[in-house]
Design a protein around this ligand. Structure first.
Ligand SMILES: Nc1ncnc2c1ncn2[C@@H]1O[C@H](COP(=O)(O)OP(=O)(O)OP(=O)(O)O)[C@@H](O)[C@H]1O
Ligand SMILES: Nc1nc2c(ncn2[C@@H]2O[C@H](COP(=O)(O)O)[C@@H](O)[C@H]2O)c(=O)[nH]1
Length: 196
């Protein structure tokens, strides 16, 4: 089960600020990140590439760079992705160059990615700080994912099956934040993202 925020680790002092936010589908990662960036636009959020079809209201280049499978294969082959993973039938990856540029410029960088990608970042970027966003309860996670209304019942079930695996991996992360209140979690996340 989730632990209270801030109980496991505080952020070490470091000049490069790469923070990874991960957690099960529907826990509220995008909602929290959107609020954080509304309040602190200086935090740079990586825009991932994906083979997923855009949801209503999503714009290419804003939520994601939407690409076909051939282009995703090309990005993998050319080493242009910092990490990538297959999730619930689609592929997702982080373009490497913009992340490196922002880190070199000293800007706080945030990645919102799933577990397999977080593990790759852990392996490749020793300075990265990994934050697990946990739901207040399993029932609330189901309610949020279902209530969002963006996936078919089959895809919701697939994402919930994966969520059980992701929840079991919580201890791999540097700290856990429980998303009971978007406002409160946003404050907690900010202290980690911009920590001196
Ligand atoms: N603290 C919260 N309390 C209640 N509802 C929330 C909270 N945080 C997020 N939600 C709602 O939960 C739903 C899922 O949130 P969101 O899309 O941000 O999740 P996510 O973790 O980014 O999901 P995915 O990994 O599938 O992209 C949304 O409808 C959102 O409004
Ligand atoms: N490993 C990566 N995971 C990513 C990336 N971008 C997003 N994601 C995660 O995928 C799932 C599903 O996202 P959705 O938009 O289809 O709901 C979610 O956990 C995202 O955080 C990425 O570049 N790499």
């Amino acid at each position: 089960m989730p632990v209270e925020p801030g109980t496991r680790a505080s952020r070490p002092s470091q000049p490069r600020r790469l923070t990874v936010l991960s957690g099960p589908s529907g826990v509220g990662k995008s909602t929290v990140v959107k609020e954080l960036r509304r309040r602190h636009p200086e935090v740079w959020l990586s825009v991932s590439v994906t083979t997923r079809t855009p949801r209503p209201g999503e714009t290419d280049g804003v939520e994601y760079h939407f690409v076909d499978s051939a282009e995703f294969e090309r990005l993998i082959a050319s080493g242009e992705l910092l990490e990538w993973a297959e999730f619930a039938g689609n592929r997702y990856g982080t373009p490497r160059a913009p992340v490196v540029q922002r880190l070199e410029a000293g800007q706080p960088v945030l990645l919102e990615i799933e577990l397999q990608g977080a593990r790759q970042v852990r392996g490749n970027m020793s300075d990265a700080f990994l934050v697990f966003l946990a739901p207040p309860s399993w029932e609330e996670l189901v309610r949020r994912l279902t209530g969002r209304g963006t996936e078919s019942p089959e895809v919701v079930q697939r994402r919930l099956d994966t969520a059980r695996v992701e929840l079991a991996a919580e201890k791999e992360f540097d700290t856990t934040l429980v998303n009971t209140s978007v406002h409160d979690v946003c404050d907690e996340l900010l202290t980690l993202v911009v920590a001196p």
